[in-house]
Design a binder for this molecule. Sequence first.
Ligand code: FES
Ligand code: FES
Length: 155
Amino acid sequence: MTQKFSLNVNGKIHTVDADPDMPLLYALRNDIGLNNPQFGCGLDQCGACTVHIDGQAIRSCSMPISAVGNATVVTLSGLGTPEQPHPLQTAYVEEQVPQCGYCVNGWIMTAAAFLAGKKKPTDAEIKQALKGVKCRCGTHMGILRAVKRAAAMMG
Ligand code: FES
Ligand code: FES
């Protein structure tokens, strides 16, 4: 049986009619039309579906829509704008990181939550924070450069 859920996503309230167990990812992509969070594994294993929930990096494929409540959801398209990109978005472009691009959402959203709470991280701290995110194209060295560049921009 479906219920109505009000979701605060990127500063706007969206009402979604859904089964309480439906993953938040499906609501974001199919009901709200935000396609930055990707369906990768659907099993909490790759990070492609990551969003911020009250500032924490959360894998939306494994979070039921009924668990979101009044929390604030931010997706990659809410992180920055073309006019005012997040430093990670700028760094990704400057370092020319993506190949196929499928994983980009997961890396940037995970790294953004990490950098929000960590100034001047070491390489080891960055690798530890991002170790659960997958890139099948092997862009890992570029990702590390981009996160370090963004960290320097964020002071
Ligand atoms: S799609 Fe969510 S962790 Fe892989
Ligand atoms: S750029 Fe293709 S999976 Fe990472």
